[in-house]
Design a protein around this ligand. Structure first.
Ligand SMILES: [Zn+2]
Length: 317
């Protein structure tokens, strides 16, 4: 499923490639992905010139001279900008431009192509309730978002109405970077842990954004994203050693999704974490006699934050 790094990359590509192009015609092969009748959609979009594209959560918003074009790839899909005589066979919608190129839109499962008139974006129910984009939240705004919340850390990250753009794939490494168990309750977090989670969201998403998203998604020209399995720290790495402490990464069903985490670096009970750190200290000394510094007693901050952290998810296809 595309998440913030992929959607933000697509928005940037669309901004560059589509701004200024005029829609000559529209092909709509899957009426249920539309918010209007196919005829109404055609009327709305034919003759529209495209402007800037932005993203909010998993939605792409393209301004046009005739209202807003909204695209959501759902569980996954691709948008390919090709010559109109090279359209891929599998597609649900196509925008034909006046210069002979076309944007083909294909959903692997189900997605949305919507049109919203100018000034009416607030009435678009599916996007109006979204929380702020995960990378746009300041540290103090993030503290406010968490205030009074009792749920589990992972559920919070996945809830698009709280914070938008994080899905299951990137959540594993974000929680690992924050040193938090996926089921850790938000009301037990210390101030440092809250700030650490904010930082972990950035460290968990930015490396993938810089690489134009994960390898299992493609850009407008069909090129795969540069963020690979090797870039992932603990996500989808069940049985592999934790990159920080060497313990075996476990996979556990948490709510409606599976979670991958290090049971030692991300204990559910933070007191156990401190004890585990103390236990880990002599072990480190036996492996490396030179390391004389014993681990500090109860530093709540994790030392797992690497400059180059990563994530992605296993491709199903
Ligand atoms: Zn670990």
């Amino acid at each position: 499923m595309p998440e913030l790094p992929e959607i933000a990359s697509r928005a940037g590509e669309m901004r560059k490639a589509l701004s200024g192009r005029t829609i000559r015609d529209v092909e709509l092969l899957q009426p249920k992905c539309l918010n209007k009748t196919p005829a109404g959609m055609k009327r709305a979009l034919k003759g529209a010139t495209l402007g800037d594209t932005a993203y909010h959560g998993k939605w792409l918003f393209t301004e046009t001279t005739r209202g807003h074009l909204l695209i959501n790839l759902g569980m996954g899909g691709d948008m390919l900008l090709v010559r109109e005589d090279e359209l891929p066979e599998k597609r649900q919608a196509v925008l034909f431009f006046d210069d002979g190129e076309a944007l083909s839109i294909r959903f692997w499962w189900f997605g949305h192509v919507h049109h919203v008139p100018e000034g009416k974006l607030g009435t678009h129910r599916m996007s109006a309730k979204l929380g702020p984009n995960a990378l746009d939240v300041t540290k103090s705004e993030f503290r406010e978002l968490l205030r009074g919340r009792h749920g589990a850390a992972k559920s919070f990250l996945l809830n698009q109405e709280r914070i938008a753009g994080i899905g299951n794939a990137y959540s594993h490494d974000i929680l690992f970077l924050a040193g938090l168990h996926p089921e850790r309750k938000l009301d037990t977090l210390s101030g440092d842990e809250v700030d650490g989670l904010w930082q972990a969201i950035r460290d968990g998403l930015l490396p993938a954004l810089r690489k134009r998203g994960a390898w299992y998604e493609r850009d407008l020209r069909g090129r795969r994203g540069g963020f690979r399995m090797d870039d992932i720290l603990v996500g989808y790495k069940e049985g592999k050693p934790c990159p920080t402490c060497g313990a075996e990464i476990v996979k556990k069903r948490t709510g409606s999704t599976a979670s991958f985490f290090c049971p030692r670096c991300q204990p559910l009970n933070p007191k156990k974490k401190a004890a585990a750190k103390r236990r880990a200290a002599p072990r480190a000394r036996t492996r490396k006699p030179a390391a004389k510094k014993p681990a500090k007693k109860t530093t709540p901050k994790k030392d797992t934050r690497k400059p180059a952290r990563k994530t992605a998810r296993r491709r199903k296809r």
